[in-house]
Ligand binder design. Structure first.
Ligand code: SF4
Ligand code: ZN
Length: 374
């Protein structure tokens, strides 16, 4: 979406008038990223890059928090270059070079802190071609330079025409450029059906089908390929949203699992190297590496209105009280550990699905249940 200023104004005020949290969007002028603290001249056009659809607030709030305080700095905090991003929680403007360096440093720190990777491991990245996995691919390619490990990509085509095709094409191209082996699997070949076909059968909540069936392929293929870990592009926003959703839906035990079995040798552990980085920064990093965000391109089946509302509210809160998402994610980490430790002893023996052999907690896994009911 492009907007032209009718008078000289700060981008942050423009966003406020539109009811859009600055935390939710990237801004570009003439194809170059600019921080929301920058100003725009009369008649100049700014493009608002929605990295996911963001419904504007129905009634914009009073500007407060950093909206009022943040001043544009013409220089990066570390050099004389023009800044392209503003980090409100650190009150810093950064140029592309220093932003990328910070980003990669933080990915390495998370990998170390959570003990995600060891030298020589065989890691597969779940590469959808969206901004998160695209950014993760580039960051892991950098990490590999100092911590050698084997990296390949697993791409899953759920069969959503017009949405996934283009992203998969981009992912393929980028893997070729980076010299990373890519394995592509389709719902049609693995499950005999696609998300579109399931939708045509009148099933609701396609995201549940999509997530369960995708994870099923990911785990079985990772095992077949002999991978020791699967890297997922979940960012800080995803973690904070999931924490809030678990509370809102009264599903406290989900804190323990994160949609994963607690312990099962058939389960290939997942790692989330972007878990401490905000979605906006992940989007900016992907953009700086040439990821094309196709504005308005949302999955036609995206229906989780509650997740979207939570996402929007968290963006507004982060705008007003920078650091909110990190604090929620930290609480989530603490609670996850407590719940995990408390259920470990009581948890039943790890099971395998009697239909497909995949790890599960019942006799039949959720994927097989879903497929048998179609
Ligand atoms: Fe699948 Fe839902 Fe994501 Fe679409 S929005 S790709 S249906 S999980
Ligand atoms: Zn099964």
């Amino acid at each position: 979406m492009k907007i032209a200023a009718s008078s000289e104004t700060k981008l942050i005020d423009l966003l406020h008038d539109l009811g859009i949290p600055a935390e939710a969007v990237l801004l570009s002028i003439n194809g170059k990223l600019v921080p929301e603290t920058a100003s725009i001249h009369k008649g100049q056009e700014v493009e608002i890059i929605y990295y996911k659809h963001v419904p504007p607030l129905s009634s914009p709030q009073e500007p407060r928090g950093h909206w009022k305080r943040a001043e544009y700095s013409p220089n990066c905090a570390h050099c004389q270059s023009t800044p392209i991003i503003y980090l409100p929680y650190a009150n810093q403007h950064l140029c592309p070079k220093h932003f990328k360096e910070l980003f990669e440093k933080r990915v390495k720190r998370s990998i170390r802190e959570y003990n995600m990777l060891n030298k020589g491991e065989k890691v597969g990245i779940a590469l959808s071609g969206g901004k998160d996995s695209y950014a993760l691919l580039h960051a892991l390619a950098i990490v590999k330079e100092s911590l050698p490990f084997e990296l390949s990509a697993l791409t899953i085509d759920e069969g959503i025409p017009g949405y996934r095709d283009k992203a998969i094409e981009n992912a393929k191209k980028r893997c070729e450029e980076l010299g990373i082996e890519q394995h592509v699997y389709t719902f049609k070949e693995e499950h005999g059906t696609t998300i579109s076909e399931i939708g045509k059968k009148g099933k609701e909540n396609l995201c549940s089908y999509c997530g369960v069936l995708r994870r099923k392929i990911l785990n079985s293929k990772a095992r077949e390929l002999g991978l020791s870990k699967v890297a997922i592009g979940h960012n800080l926003d995803d973690v904070a949203q999931t924490a809030m959703l678990n509370l809102i839906r009264n599903e406290p035990m989900r804190f323990a699992r994160f949609n994963e079995p607690l312990e099962n040798e058939k389960f290939v552990p997942r790692i989330r190297p972007l878990r401490d980085i905000r979605e906006k920064e992940v989007a900016a990093y992907a953009f700086l590496h040439g990821h094309q965000y196709n504005s308005g391109c949302c999955c036609p089946h995206a229906t989780s209105a509650l997740r979207w509302s939570v996402r929007h509210e968290l963006n507004s809160l982060e705008d007003q009280y920078p650091g909110t998402k990190s604090k929620i994610a930290s609480s989530f980490n603490t609670l996850q550990k407590i719940v995990r430790d408390s259920v470990k002893d009581k948890d039943s023996e790890p099971n395998s699905c009697k239909e497909c052999g995949e790890p599960c907690s019942d006799e039949v896994c959720m994927g097989c249940k879903m497929l048998s009911e179609l």
